[in-house]
Design a protein around this ligand. Structure first.
Ligand SMILES: [Zn+2]
Length: 510
């Protein structure tokens, strides 16, 4: 690096902008240098150890991981953003619940119908004892019928040809118009009905964790046979649908009373997102959020799913970046925008931690300029054994072409990884864009980049261990995310949103 003064002066004046650029690059490079294999290894050896029992949401292992992360954030000197009775905290705690259906039946005249055979019940209803109710039938519940039917306070029966998702939309619409209980009679055959409820029943059997503030409608999905029985003698009249098509106010038919009972065990489970901030300078009211989920899938039988790659790798990357940014700030080189480092819970249960966060954000979503999300960056997939200097990028161009260009440029300047966009293709059958936490930010029109190493045979297996992590790649990929966050945080203007978000449904099946 020796250089004669004269030449140096010449170069400085001639290539001033280059020199300036080099000077600008020197700072992030200096702090990226604190992201090391040793530190990543140390953190991951704790988080992915057997002692943390696979970090399943709501379990002791998940809470131990949360405590470890919060402790690190404290050590780095991040700003806590949550107010609790005992002071400021890094922990955003919330409750989830799981419902296990123990008994449910419906009696129509003298015939008793049973859950998961004749009907499927969804919701949180838990009754002390059996009760009777009156039900009105509103045909197929078309929008005009709904508006004119005067649903308020009525228990409603409706028929639908739709799938589970369409049924939920219909129920949501009816509840919005004041319907109390809803019975959705499926058209088609009893066989097709059974196929449909098989999936529902499996969720109940698994005791699936759910966010309580996600609308929990109480409703029954019933077989065509049970539906015909509920309609009873009114059946013929109703099937002609003269009432339904007339558009008159009283476009519903009263049905004979039924008896029913729903009893379920509802269990509440507490869990935690962990987040801290490095406050910005002149643009401190705008935020870059860097995320990774720290929960995993727990213990199966006697084997711990350590989740070293999924997503221990992303979690330790977030820790290292938090440390680097915090150090930069301490030295007077802090970012212009504020940067929030957030490790999320409940991802494996259906993106629950990020869903909770976007419903209860600690800083305005409108001022959140980007989300960089990491889920698995510590392994090499079978396509890249020969050229391991790669990472899959997903979503970078979906909302902001500027973010995409910035990301590309950062990589060219600092990390020179092969950025693989295979999974970014709109028609990619894996649909990874919809399958990790960044999607909850993207849904709110916040530009995202999702960093991912692809799949491998140890995915969601006890063999996803620390020994199998490629720490050299983990370090390089962490640096790519770090430099990208640094550039976004120091831009003159926030990355412009110039694309229309794709209207595609969230798929959380993993
Ligand atoms: Zn994951």
């Amino acid at each position: 690096m020796l250089m004669k003064h004269a030449i140096a002066a010449f170069l400085l004046t001639t290539f001033c902008s280059c020199a300036l650029r080099a000077q600008q690059d020197e700072l992030p490079l200096r702090y990226a240098g604190t992201i090391t294999i040793e530190d990543l290894h140390e953190h991951l050896s704790v988080l992915a150890s057997d002692a943390l029992e696979g970090r399943e949401t709501g379990t002791r292992g998940q809470k131990m991981a949360a405590a470890y992360i919060a402790h690190q954030f404290g050590d780095y000197g991040l700003t806590p953003l949550l107010q609790t009775p005992s002071g400021k905290s890094y922990v955003q705690g919330f409750e989830l619940f799981k419902a296990g259906l123990s008994t449910a039946w419906v009696e129509v005249k003298d015939k008793k119908y049973h859950s998961n055979k004749d009907f499927y019940f969804s919701g949180t209803l838990n009754m002390e004892q059996a009760d009777t109710m009156k039900v009105v039938y509103i045909g197929s519940g078309q929008a005009t019928d709904i508006q004119t039917a005067g649903l308020k306070g009525n228990n409603v029966m409706v028929k639908s040809e739709g799938d589970r998702k369409q049924i939920l939309e219909l129920v949501t619409e009816l509840k919005k118009h004041g319907a109390e209980m809803v019975f959705v009679m499926t058209t088609g055959t009893d066989e097709s009905f059974h196929q449909m409820i098989d999936g529902y029943s499996r969720n109940v059997a698994m005791g699936k964790l759910t966010l309580p503030d996600k609308e929990q409608h109480n409703y029954f999905v019933i077989s065509p046979t049970m539906g015909a029985d509920m309609l009873g003698s009114s059946h013929k009249n109703i099937e002609s649908e003269t009432l339904m098509q007339s558009g008159q106010t009283a476009s519903f038919v009263s049905l004979p009373s039924i008896r029913f009972e729903v009893k379920q065990e509802i269990q509440f489970v507490s869990t935690e997102n962990v987040l801290g901030m490095v406050e910005g300078t002149d643009k401190k009211d705008e935020f870059v959020i860097v995320t990774a989920h720290y929960d995993h899938i727990g213990i199966e039988g006697t084997e711990v799913n350590n989740g070293a790659d999924d997503d221990g790798s992303g979690t330790v990357a977030v820790l290292e970046m938090a440390q680097a940014f915090a150090l930069a700030k301490k030295n007077g080189h802090g970012p212009r925008r504020s940067v929030i480092f957030m490790t999320l819970t409940g991802e494996e249960k259906g993106l629950l931690g990020s869903t909770y966060y976007v419903n209860h954000p600690v800083v305005p979503l409108a001022s959140t300029v980007s989300n960089l999300n990491i889920d698995m960056i510590g392994r090499i997939d079978s396509k890249h054994t020969e050229n391991p200097d790669y990472v899959y990028l997903i979503g970078s161009d979906k909302l902001s072409s500027e973010l995409h260009e910035l990301s590309e440029k950062v990589n060219t300047t600092f990390t020179q990884l092969d950025l693989d966009y295979t999974y970014n293709a709109t028609n990619d059958p894996n649909r990874f864009y919809y399958r990790s936490d960044h999607y909850n930010f993207a849904k709110n029109n916040i530009p995202v980049i999702f960093y991912f190493n692809g799949t491998h045979p140890d995915y969601h297996k006890p063999s996803d261990t620390v020994e199998k992590i490629n720490f050299e790649q983990l370090e390089k990929r962490t640096k790519l995310v770090f430099h990208t966050a640094w550039e976004i945080a120091n831009l003159d203007h926030r990355p412009k949103v110039d694309a229309i978000p794709e209207e595609i449904k969230l798929d959380t099946s993993k």
